[in-house]
Design a protein around this ligand. Structure first.
Ligand SMILES: [Ca+2]
Ligand SMILES: [Ca+2]
Length: 375
């Protein structure tokens, strides 16, 4: 960071990650398992299947030269939960594998849980947690497979925080980066739990209010932290126009679509440098007590609005200036959501935001999301 140090929060996150990794890979379930190979090079002990499970990088399982497709069956001796495999080729003899599948025995039948193309020096394969006694890995090689190491793990699931989005139609979607969590949510301010509303499909939420959501895993009790998003009036009836031309790829609708990742950019106009206005038509008279501006969220700050003023109007003809000569003081370094309250609420159908100057004085603006505060 700016002090030339690693920030405390980052250290904590890294230590957390180390603890996770240490825990996740502390038990290799292939220890003590029985290994059956579909083919062993010359039937020799030097190339048997166990060599892929002996923790010795110099020993390996290999098949006869003419056998390019072969499998290893791993019998754990009892049912265990697995969801992760480490696969390693004996890379000194070249990268040979061009395809592999991982199957587990379920009700006396093998079902596929993962597949891939290359392996190389080492490859970690993660799949959905499944309970099984036997696992089968089938390799397909350009030449006969030479596998030096395989490890079997049951790693803790990571649950991503839920992301709660409302689009322009007032439709709310809940999702995350993690595979297959279940979400529960509330709209009454209470803490979400397994007895709250279960999220299945997007739903309409067209009043101002708060949505809280929490992700849970199907298996076990682990859950994410609670995420709270406060929504004001929906943007259903809104239209936005501007004095400046939009960049062709980044239309003005992006500024009011409810998605912080879509951004409206105007074209750059260094020469004129005239103030650039954008006019929000709310579609109805509302009591407006403030507004919000979210600049681009892509890690850059060019075109962020810096100096601005705000006017409101009931009819789009007579305007009242509510904020004059204002700045978003730290928007170059910290481009987070800017929430600005007016000195008092105004009844308005229109809000006009004028950019007097953008952060680098380049004659353009960007808006990831524009909003009004009515509460
Ligand atoms: Ca080995
Ligand atoms: Ca947007």
């Amino acid at each position: 960071d700016k002090r030339g140090l690693i920030h405390e929060n980052d250290i904590k996150a890294l230590q957390g990650l180390k603890t996770y990794v240490d825990n996740a890979f502390s038990i290799d379930y292939s220890d003590g398992a029985t290994i059956v190979a579909s083919n062993i090079r010359g039937g020799s002990k030097n190339f048997e299947g166990n060599n892929a499970f002996d923790k010795d990088e110099e020993t390996y399982w290999a098949t006869d030269d003419n056998v390019t497709q072969a499998s290893l069956e791993v019998d754990f001796g009892k049912e265990i939960e697995v969801n992760c495999l480490l696969l390693q080729e004996y890379i000194r003899l070249g990268q040979r594998i061009k395809g592999f599948t991982i199957e587990v025995l379920k009700d006396a039948k093998y079902i596929e849980v993962a597949k891939g193309i290359t392996i190389g020096n080492r490859r970690l394969i993660k799949f959905k947690t499944i309970k099984t006694q036997k696992l089968r890995i089938t390799f397909n090689g350009k030449a006969c497979p030479v596998i030096s190491n395989i490890e079997v793990y049951r790693v803790p699931e990571m649950i991503g925080k839920p992301i709660i989005r409302r689009n322009k139609s007032g439709e709310v979607r809940i999702f995350s980066d993690s595979p297959d969590p279940i979400y529960y949510y509330t709209t009454d301010g209470s803490e979400p739990g397994r007895n709250s509303i279960k999220y299945s499909t997007p739903f309409i939420f067209d009043n101002p209010g708060e949505i809280k959501a929490k992700a849970f895993l199907d298996s076990g009790d682990s859950s994410s932290e609670t995420v709270t998003v406060e929504f004001d009036v929906p943007k259903t009836k809104w239209t936005l126009t501007s004095s400046s031309k939009s960049h062709g790829w980044y239309p003005i609708e992006n500024a009011i679509d409810g998605n912080p990742e879509s951004t409206w950019f105007t074209e750059k106009n260094k020469e004129t440098k005239s103030p650039l206005t954008m006019t929000l038509d709310l579609g109805e008279l509302l009591t407006v007590s403030g507004f919000t501006y979210l600049p681009r969220q892509d890690g850059r700050n060019e075109g962020n609005i810096f100096k601005y003023q705000v006017e409101v109007s009931k009819d789009g003809k007579q305007w009242t200036t509510v904020l004059k000569d204002r700045e978003f003081s730290n928007i170059g370094n910290n481009p987070v959501l800017q929430k600005v309250m007016f000195s008092k609420p105004f009844t308005a159908k229109f809000l006009r935001l004028t950019c007097i100057d953008d952060v680098h004085t380049e004659g353009w603006v960007n808006v990831a999301e524009l909003g009004v505060l009515t509460r």
